[in-house]
Design a protein around this ligand. Structure first.
Ligand SMILES: NC(=O)c1ccc[n+]([C@@H]2O[C@H](COP(=O)([O-])OP(=O)(O)OC[C@H]3O[C@@H](n4cnc5c(N)ncnc54)[C@H](OP(=O)(O)O)[C@@H]3O)[C@@H](O)[C@H]2O)c1
Length: 252
């Protein structure tokens, strides 16, 4: 199937590692012109090197922290300045924040800012360009809604689910879709280096929790992202689509 992505412009946040990196590679391989954003310039340049070495145009790199309130507008200006438009936005900057139930406001503010407000601000900055062109695809990486304890990121991502659904309904007739993708366990910096750093405990976790029997690769998210980014996916909006090897237990 031709995904009709040639020359579509895609902005991917959190592209220095993990899922964002995988999404950028797959979108570039499908013919998109790609802008990749994160804080660590050396890692972004490494991702750009890999994409170029695979025979695709070198991505445009944007070194930004998404937390400041004006970051969304700055990132938008860089993308529109380089490409003149933005067709696809992949919100992958984010991260788990497991905390004590009585953590202070500063802890809550940082986690909500990273995983909800920064996503909303960047999306709101980019959407007018999509509306003007009558085409847009916004995808946000969220998470499985099965709290083991208190986690700011989970609360923020639940907010993203509700917000994204609202955006999908408001902008449906304009050809701009909004979908959320909750990963289960995809190999990434936070998964391999922080949450599951011990290989023995990791294998036990997999055995007990992941029906397919292994952690996913970033590209396992990337292939779904490429399909949803395509004009072929015009009828899929307001959805929450799990990529988790069968991990979540609820049936809807
Ligand atoms: N991997 C999974 O299985 C899994 C499971 C549940 C949810 N998720 C969600 O999926 C998304 C991607 O996760 P991942 O596991 O692939 O992440 P990761 O490998 O840990 O990488 C996180 C990415 O976010 C960027 N980032 C973090 N804070 C940032 C900031 N303040 N400003 C700009 N960029 C920032 C990092 O880049 P720099 O540090 O270079 O800025 C990096 O590129 C996240 O929203 C995460 O919560 C992933």
């Amino acid at each position: 199937m031709d995904l009709q992505l040639t020359d579509k412009v895609a902005l991917v946040t959190g592209a220095s590692r993990g899922i964002g990196m995988g999404a950028a590679k797959v979108l570039a391989a499908e013919g998109c012109r790609v802008a990749i954003c994160a804080r660590r310039e050396n890692l972004l340049e490494g991702v750009a090197d890999e994409i170029e070495a695979a025979g695709n145009p070198r991505p445009f790199t944007i070194v930004e922290d998404v937390l400041p309130s004006d970051a969304g507008a700055r990132i938008r200006d860089r993308v529109l300045g380089e490409f003149g438009r933005c067709d696809i936005l992949i919100n992958s900057a984010g991260g788990s924040r497991s905390i004590p139930w009585d953590a202070n406001d500063a802890v809550w503010d940082e986690g909500m800012l990273l995983n909800f407000d920064a996503v909303r601000r960047l999306t709101n900055a980019i959407v007018p360009s999509m509306l003007a062109n009558g085409y847009g695809r916004v995808m946000t990486m969220t998470g499985i809604m099965e709290p083991a304890g208190v986690n700011v990121a989970l609360a923020a991502k639940a907010a993203v689910h509700a917000w994204s659904k609202g955006m999908a309904r408001v902008h449906a007739k304009a050809g701009v879709t909004f979908n959320c993708l909750p990963p289960g366990r995809i190999k990434s910096e936070q998964i391999m280096d922080r949450l599951h750093a011990d290989p023995v405990a990791r294998e036990r976790y997999i055995e007990e929790n992941i029906p397919v029997g292994y952690f996913g690769e970033p590209e396992d998210m990337g292939y779904l992202i490429a399909f949803l980014a395509s004009p072929r996916a015009r009828y899929i909006t307001g959805e929450i689509i799990h990529v988790d090897g069968g991990m979540h237990r609820y049936a809807f």
